[in-house]
Design a protein around this ligand. Structure first.
Ligand code: NAP
Length: 286
């Protein structure tokens, strides 16, 4: 068997597929976990151009790649190209994790579960019975909205720059889904919310989305609330720095990143993930 950090002819290969992908922390987190578990597995990055996801999955079958973490721009294309999807991946129309079962590909989505796990880890926050407010209506907001509703939230209100997209996302939460108005009315929404989540790239390092271009002014956040940001660079983000200033309990996006990756590893290996090891690997480079 290969020693720590080395590979041999028996090494099981998994990878992250995306474009661009060279910035991805997935291989780092998964390789730290494989080493801690003493597994002869390795994770690498596969740079796959948009529109090539189905071809890449054929390659996965042919080469016997055991698992894939899937990121932009492939999540929807992979959902359409795998042989079977989990209920969550089907509802989202997006796959972030593929498991190769003897050539039959199973797609799942661990983003939402990863977010809910991060709330527990950072704030001991259980969404059951809680009023939740999501800012943003992209892929990440969709996963978070569905997961909060599945976790028993009393309401999940979605506020977005483009209102029509908020309607679609709120629908994922079924009878607890709501669409929130932007503008003056949002202050009352924030006042009532027990959880407020930034699911936009505003404040993200290098995104070009200015850290002060908020749909909701952070000055209306308050103590007693849990405030989360899916953005994880810089640490803290401007949103979380302002939330902490307002006295709120903060949950940073690194937790979601680690927990969605740990759930992927559990799907691939069938073993409990060494979450603390993965967390340390992430913090070391974030
Ligand atoms: P996306 O699909 O591109 O959606 C972006 C959302 O943000 C859209 O609703 C968009 O509004 C809104 N938005 C973008 N720029 C804005 C601005 N300047 N002002 C107000 N709203 C703006 O992106 P995504 O995949 O959902 O990702 C969102 C963020 O979450 C990214 O920063 C990403 O890095 C982060 N993320 C983190 C994790 C993690 O593990 N921590 C996982 C996934 C994503 P419109 O609809 O009006 O365009």
């Amino acid at each position: 068997m290969a020693g720590p950090g080395s590979t041999d002819a028996r090494t099981t290969v998994v990878g992250v597929m995306g474009y661009p992908v060279r910035h991805s922390l997935s291989p780092l987190l998964h390789n730290a976990a494989f080493a801690a578990l003493g597994l002869n597995w390795v994770s690498v990055a596969f740079e796959v151009a948009g529109g090539r996801a189905a071809a890449a999955l054929d390659g996965m079958r042919a080469l016997g790649v055991a698992g894939l973490s899937v990121t932009m721009p492939h999540k929807a294309d992979v959902a359409a190209a795998v042989d079977e999807c989990s209920a969550v991946a089907r509802q989202l129309g997006a796959v972030n994790c593929v498991l190769n079962r003897d050539g039959r590909l199973y797609g799942d989505n661990t983003d939402g579960a990863g977010f809910v796990a991060s709330l527990d880890r950072a704030a001991h926050f259980d969404p059951a019975g809680k009023q939740c407010l999501i800012i943003g209506a992209g892929g990440a907001a969709r996963a978070v909205t569905l997961a909060l509703a599945d976790a028993g939230a009393a309401s999940v209100t979605v506020v977005n720059r483009t209102a029509a997209r908020a309607v679609d996302v709120a629908a994922l939460a079924g009878r607890v889904g709501r669409v929130g108005e932007t503008g003056a009315g949002v202050v009352a929404l924030v006042a009532a919310a027990e959880l407020v989540v930034n699911a936009t790239p505003v404040g993200m390092e290098g995104s070009g989305a200015a850290g002060d271009g908020w749909l909701i002014a952070p000055s209306v956040l308050h103590a007693g609330q849990v405030v989360a940001d899916l953005v994880y660079a810089p640490r803290p983000t401007p949103w979380l720095a302002a939330a902490a200033q307002a006295g709120a309990t903060t949950v940073d996006g690194l937790g979601m990143l680690v927990h969605q990756a740990s759930a992927q590893l559990e799907l691939w290996t069938g073993l409990p993930a060494p979450v603390d090891v993965m967390w340390q690997a992430a913090v070391a480079v974030a």
